[in-house]
Ligand binder design. Structure first.
Ligand SMILES: [Zn+2]
Length: 447
């Protein structure tokens, strides 16, 4: 590009820069932290001051430095001297459009317009950010709802966590992502199933390309049945090796990672052999599957919180699930956590993910105590929700730690989360891209 055109192009970019981003430009903020866990996995660095410029971390200083002493007379000072400050949390597995679940979610499929789902997704995005989750990976919805929300958030039109989005999840016909399951024959015809269902390797390549064309960040597939699928066809392998392989190979052509929903161990192995980047749920793992994890370097995302969603819904209404789904729910409640307990001592890489949507949005941090209950230390669970999740999402240079150059995405809690992870359920301060979303006065709308 010739220099003159480059200048014009840059000017055009600046002119269209979101209002939200402009309001943070040239601003210097000093965050004074009582304790600072700048890099989870290493010890906290004690009382510190974070210098933030233009929404990113400029430097870290020891102790509490004021505006004049720091050399930024006009800087805004955020006093968190009585708080424990750490990087914004990352949930690698959410579904922002809903958290009704069970038969109610089936009704939503035929009652709610995409526009109504979009407002639900925005409301859930607010709850998620208020809970301290500044980045999420949305692993499947329909109608492009969270793709549009992702773009609106990035453009500063609305406030929410940064979203890494999978578009619509891919499975085989009658598999976990078949939207028509549980409806009568003539209603099934009304669903657009060609969009995300595939049978045979060629058809599965087409399905991946279809999602790539929509601008997705990551590909999500299912190699096994699903607990919440409205069919009593089990939770074992439901996708052939050549289909899974074709999907991963096609995703790689476009530089996309592949997240794989799998419960049965046969489906876990098919996915790992095909080159999956993460296994979601992984409810049954044996020695061979664990060895495949270690060999391939794939992440395990346990989604233990789903059990909370099931138990609460059943307590409120014993008929919240159809009999076919209920049998799978009961099994999942019984065995959840066993795989994590096996995987941790063997060195499997773990990334934090709740499957919020099955559990309630805004309560993502409940996953921490379940991770600790099933074999992780608080420090390991925090690494899973920061450094490791950032790596899985391909965002290690942007989020997950509080180092110079990273986005100023940070949260504060009262108490040491390395001593008691439940303090993470009571996040009292949230900053994303250098803008305060939550503080002692409440949750703030976009400025
Ligand atoms: Zn899910």
């Amino acid at each position: 590009m010739r220099p003159k055109f480059l200048v014009l192009a840059l000017a055009a970019l600046v002119a269209t820069a979101p209002v939200h981003a402009q309001s943070t430009a040239t601003r210097v903020i000093l965050v004074q932290a009582g304790q600072l866990l700048d890099r989870p996995g290493r010890p906290a660095r004690g009382p510190s001051t974070i210098v933030i410029r233009d929404g990113r971390i400029a430097e870290l200083r020891d102790g509490h430095v004021g505006a004049a002493a720091a050399g930024f007379a006009d800087a805004e000072v955020v006093d968190l001297r009585d708080r424990y400050v750490l990087p914004g949390l990352i949930d690698s597995h959410v579904h922002l459009t809903s958290d009704t679940g069970g038969v109610l979610s089936q009704l939503e499929e035929v009652q709610l317009e995409p526009a109504a789902k979009a407002f639900n997704a925005l409301s859930n995005a607010h709850k998620t950010l208020a809970a301290g989750f500044t980045t999420v990976r949305n692993l499947g919805d329909r109608d492009g709802v969270t793709l549009a929300l992702r773009d609106a958030i990035r453009a500063g039109k609305v406030v929410g966590p940064n979203i890494v989005d999978a578009g619509t999840s891919i499975s085989t016909t009658s598999g976990h992502m078949d939207p028509a399951l549980g409806f009568r024959d003539d209603l099934r015809e009304a669903f657009d199933r060609h969009d995300n269902l595939c049978d045979g390797a060629d058809d599965c390549r087409r399905a991946v390309r279809r999602q790539v064309a929509r601008g997705v960040d990551v590909i999500k597939i299912a190699t096994t049945g699903g607990v919440n699928s409205r069919i009593g066809a089990g939770l074992g392998q439901q996708m052939f090796d050549d289909e899974a392989k074709a999907i991963v190979e096609t995703a790689r052509l476009y530089g996309k990672k592949v997240a794989v929903h799998a419960h049965g161990v046969d489906g876990v192995k098919v996915a790992l052999v095909a080159g999956a980047d993460s296994i979601e749920h992984g409810t049954v793992l044996d020695d061979e599957a664990i060895a495949l994890f270690v060999k391939s370097g794939a992440y395990y995302v346990p989604t233990l919180s789903t059990v909370n969603g099931y138990l609460e819904r059943l307590a409120a209404d014993p008929n919240a699930y159809s009999p076919a789904v209920r049998a799978k729910v009961d099994w999942r409640i019984k065995v959840t956590g066993e795989s994590l307990r096996k995987a941790v001592p063997r060195g499997v890489k773990i990334a934090f993910g709740t499957d919020a949507g099955v559990s309630k949005h805004g309560r993502n941090a409940e996953e921490f105590e379940l991770m600790v209950k099933h074999g992780m230390t608080p420090a390991q669970a925090l690494v899973a929700a920061t450094v490791s999740a950032a790596d899985l999402l391909g965002l290690s240079s942007e989020v997950g730690t509080l180092e110079p150059g990273r986005r100023a995405d940070l949260i504060a809690v009262e108490g040491d989360p390395l001593a008691d992870v439940t303090v993470l359920k009571r996040v009292s301060f949230v900053m994303k891209d250098g803008v305060v979303f939550r503080d002692g006065r409440g949750v703030h709308p976009p400025r």
